[in-house]
Design a protein around this ligand. Structure first.
Ligand code: HEC
Ligand code: HEC
Ligand code: HEC
Length: 109
């Protein structure tokens, strides 16, 4: 018969194993796409081109940061919703941010 004691030992063991697995899993969190630092690892030095549509106000300040302070409160992927993994080097270029995700209508200059 299985004693109560050995069940507790097994459960305790399983608990520590899962703790271990969790801490080994932690580095994966460093690739959390909603963490802007993940993006800035590669995009810090990127030129900030003006929008392709000349009637649109530019969002990124080429000198760094954003023209509108409120925009800095968001994750990069709140606007760049089409970036869903780190293998976006071919799919992301040329895609447009949809301003109406947050604005009633796309802001114009
Ligand atoms: C409020 C929306 C918004 C947020 C937040 C945002 N972007 Fe953008 N991003 C844009 C728009 C719009 C463009 C097109 C050019 C422009 O208007 O500045 C763009 C262009 C880009 C480009 C294209 C090339 C370039 O440099 O011009 C890259 C790369 C980029 N963003 C990366 C990022 C990263 C990294 C973050 C997070 C730190 C981020 N974006 C946050 C809206 C946003
Ligand atoms: C491992 C490096 C790497 C990381 C991390 C990374 N990117 Fe990129 N990204 C690239 C490369 C390479 C390209 C294609 C070349 C370019 O346009 O800069 C690209 C392209 C883009 C573009 C299109 C730029 C354009 O010219 O239109 C956007 C927007 C973008 N990334 C956003 C993001 C966001 C948001 C994150 C974080 C979730 C992110 N990237 C994380 C390497 C990276
Ligand atoms: C993830 C949400 C989000 C997205 C996407 C977004 N914005 Fe904003 N934006 C905000 C917030 C929040 C404010 C501050 C409150 C307000 O004014 O609506 C703001 C304010 C602004 C302002 C200053 C106030 C105004 O309305 O004149 C401009 C300009 C602006 N955004 C332009 C843009 C453009 C252009 C795009 C698309 C390329 C865009 N935003 C996409 C969240 C967003």
């Amino acid at each position: 018969m299985i004693s109560k004691n050995s069940v507790i030992k097994t459960l305790t063991f399983a608990f520590f194993i899962s703790l271990l697995a969790f801490s080994f899993g932690a580095p994966v969190l460093a690739e959390d796409l909603s963490n802007n630092e993940t993006c800035m690892d590669c995009h810090e030095d990127a030129d900030r081109d003006p929008p392709s549509n000349p009637d649109r106000p530019q969002v990124h300040n080429p000198a760094g940061g954003f023209f509108v302070e409120d925009h800095a409160d968001f994750s990069c992927i709140d606007c760049h919703t089409y970036v869903t993994d780190l293998e976006h080097d071919e799919t992301a270029p040329g895609q447009e941010v949809d301003c109406t995700e947050c604005h009633d209508e796309a802001p114009t200059k």
